[in-house]
Design a protein around this ligand. Structure first.
Ligand code: NAP
Ligand code: G4F
Length: 379
């Protein structure tokens, strides 16, 4: 009998990679998606063969983390062996704008899942993965951060996730639910949401190289993040639920990088060497060197760019009321007990994202040259 998994947040970055991974392991996968006024299944389109395909092992259900009745009914119907609770309003900056909704979906939403499993008497059958986050460390109390590092959340998102973390621990201790927190550090990919900083950068580097955009506006260039590849991280979600005991785990690379340096790596891929001049809100990323050979490798013509041209500027609208300056994870526990090792390092991640965004933006350029309107998607 195939194991049955239920994934909340199936249309998101991690939901898509995890679905692909679990299907490859022979699971029957059920995903909860929100109703949207446009299709929102781009990331899982290649997995879903439609309701009429008999060999389909992938099922989608409408649902929402703010609707207890819906979640309880779905869990009762699906009766999953494993639940991966990935759904969340996951944007830190947006959580300052929508704090109550973020608390409801990210915090109380987790309680709804845990309590549905208890109420339906599925505790002995069902294991639960909770998508916890390195944002819990916020104003970090030690460097690097491990499972024992005290939390100091710095945003409504992180505070909501802190409730979710502790309610997961509480249901484990109070009711013996096999419920685990994966404290995952930032993980990115070609299907990362376009408003997270890495994807914003790789999309802009591709568009600027193709003469589809003039400048990239960013916020805090000094922030440091421990960036890994989402493909590596979803495998760990599964490993966490296969471990003999329910525990909490830090999943990270153990390397931290400044936003500014990620920008340099992305542009370098296209043959554009940037140097940063000035300070604070007057800091600019300007072209120091153009490598036409490298550009040619990626079929890029950089003749529209000039040495000294400003490509990156700071816009204070992207600053956050309270910032997380530095995240650096210590994944020793996962390395020792779960055998955590990674396929992608930072350079591989940047290459994977740049390759994909250049392909995407080349398509846009082709459409534009053919006289079609292309979306600009500014935020
Ligand atoms: P993501 O791309 O933003 O995906 C979030 C998913 O949640 C989407 O499918 C979204 O649906 C869904 N969702 C949002 N609100 C919902 C609601 N009220 N009801 C039902 N579904 C809802 O996030 P991700 O990067 O894949 O991250 C997955 C999880 O891991 C999140 O919980 C995130 O907070 C956490 N996390 C992420 C990272 C990271 O670096 N990526 C690190 C640590 C923890 P739509 O597609 O309709 O918007
Ligand atoms: O890419 P970000 O928006 O990710 P952030 O805030 O670290 O959160 C992500 O990782 C968390 C894990 O640690 C997840 F829990 C969470 O769900 C999400 O996936 O911002 C990264 C850094 C920040 O310091 C931000 O201030 O980049 C800085 N930044 C600078 N300019 C920017 C920008 N961030 C965004 N989104 N946009 C900018 O223009």
């Amino acid at each position: 009998m195939a194991k049955v998994a239920l994934i909340t947040g199936v249309t998101g970055q991690d939901g898509a990679y995890l679905s692909e991974f679990l299907l490859s392991k022979g699971y029957e996968v059920h995903g909860i998606k929100r109703r949207a006024s446009l299709f929102n299944t781009d990331r899982i389109d290649h997995l879903f063969e439609g309701h009429h395909c008999k060999h389909n092992n992938f099922y989608l259900h409408y649902g929402d983390m703010t609707d207890s009745m819906n979640l309880t009914r779905l869990i009762a119907d699906i009766c999953p062996d494993e639940i991966y609770n990935l759904a969340a309003q996951s944007h830190v900056a947006v959580s300052f704008e929508t704090p109550e909704y973020t608390a409801n979906a990210d915090g109380i939403g987790t309680l709804r899942i845990l309590d549905a499993v208890r109420f339906l008497k599925l505790i002995d059958k069902c294991r639960i993965y909770q998508a916890s986050t390195s944002e819990l460390y916020g104003k970090v109390q030690e460097i690097p951060q491990n499972e024992k590092t005290p939390f100091y959340p710095r945003s409504p998102y992180a505070v909501a996730k802190m409730y979710a973390y502790w309610i997961t621990v509480n249901y484990r201790e109070a009711y013996n639910v096999f419920a685990c927190n994966g404290i995952l550090f930032n993980h990115e990919s070609p299907v990362r949401g376009e408003t997270f900083v890495t994807r914003k950068i790789t999309r802009a580097a591709a568009k600027i190289s193709l003469n589809l955009q003039e400048k990239l506006y960013l916020g805090n260039l000094d922030a440091k993040r421990d960036w890994g590849h989402a493909k590596d991280y979803v495998k760990m979600m599964w490993m966490i639920l296969q471990y003999k005991d329910p525990e909490d785990w830090v999943i990270a690379t153990g390397q931290t990088t400044m936003v500014r340096d990620f920008v340099k790596l992305a542009f370098e891929y296209c043959g554009i060497a940037l140097e940063f001049v000035g300070k604070g809100i007057d800091e600019k990323g300007v072209i120091a060197k153009l490598d036409f050979h490298k550009a040619k490798e990626h079929h890029l013509d950089l003749s529209h760019l000039k040495i000294g041209q400003e490509l990156v500027c700071v816009d204070p609208q992207y600053f956050r009321p309270t910032e997380v300056d530095l995240l650096l994870g210590d994944p020793s526990k996962a390395e020792e007990k779960l055998g955590w090792n990674r396929e992608f390092n930072l350079e591989d991640l940047v290459c994977d994202m740049m390759r994909s965004d250049l392909k995407l933006m080349n398509k846009d350029k082709y459409l534009q040259e053919g006289g079609y309107t292309i979306m600009r998607y500014y935020e």
